[in-house]
Design a protein around this ligand. Structure first.
Ligand SMILES: [Zn+2]
Length: 132
């Protein structure tokens, strides 16, 4: 994606997320620094998933709509933040499911997207400090 295309995509994204474009860009910059060991495609998939996230009525729980184009097999995934250790789990980590183990070793893009979404929508301070 060229710079102009990406800037255009981010401005549409900021409208859809109902946040200021500069806040979105700032969050993405911090997110990239925080996950600097991750590939560009991992980061990109997290950003693309932002529009698929909904907060659940249950505290510390989010729902990410699955998209086959991003390699998803399920209609949705449930991400839970475990307050005790500050770690997230995702229903795609279920070892009974295909690729469950493979994905558990690494943080999945569903969890990555929720972390970024919270940084943007909740300005979540714990994710700046505690995660990993
Ligand atoms: Zn996942």
């Amino acid at each position: 994606m060229s710079y102009d295309k990406r800037a255009f995509f981010n401005s549409i994204l900021s409208v859809r997320l109902r946040v200021k474009e500069e806040d979105l860009n700032k969050a993405i910059t911090i997110f990239k620094l925080k996950f600097k060991d991750k590939s560009q495609s991992w980061i990109r998939r997290c950003i693309r998933r932002l529009i698929d996230i909904s907060a659940s009525p249950k505290p510390n729980t989010w729902i990410v709509r699955g998209r086959p184009i991003l390699g998803d097999y399920e209609a949705f995934y449930i991400i839970t933040l475990h307050r005790r250790d500050g770690k997230y789990s995702c229903t795609c980590y279920d070892p009974k499911k295909l690729f469950g183990y493979r994905r558990m070793k690494d943080i999945c893009t569903h969890v990555g997207a929720v972390i970024l979404w919270r940084m943007i929508k909740e300005k979540s301070i714990d994710d700046f400090i505690y995660h990993k």
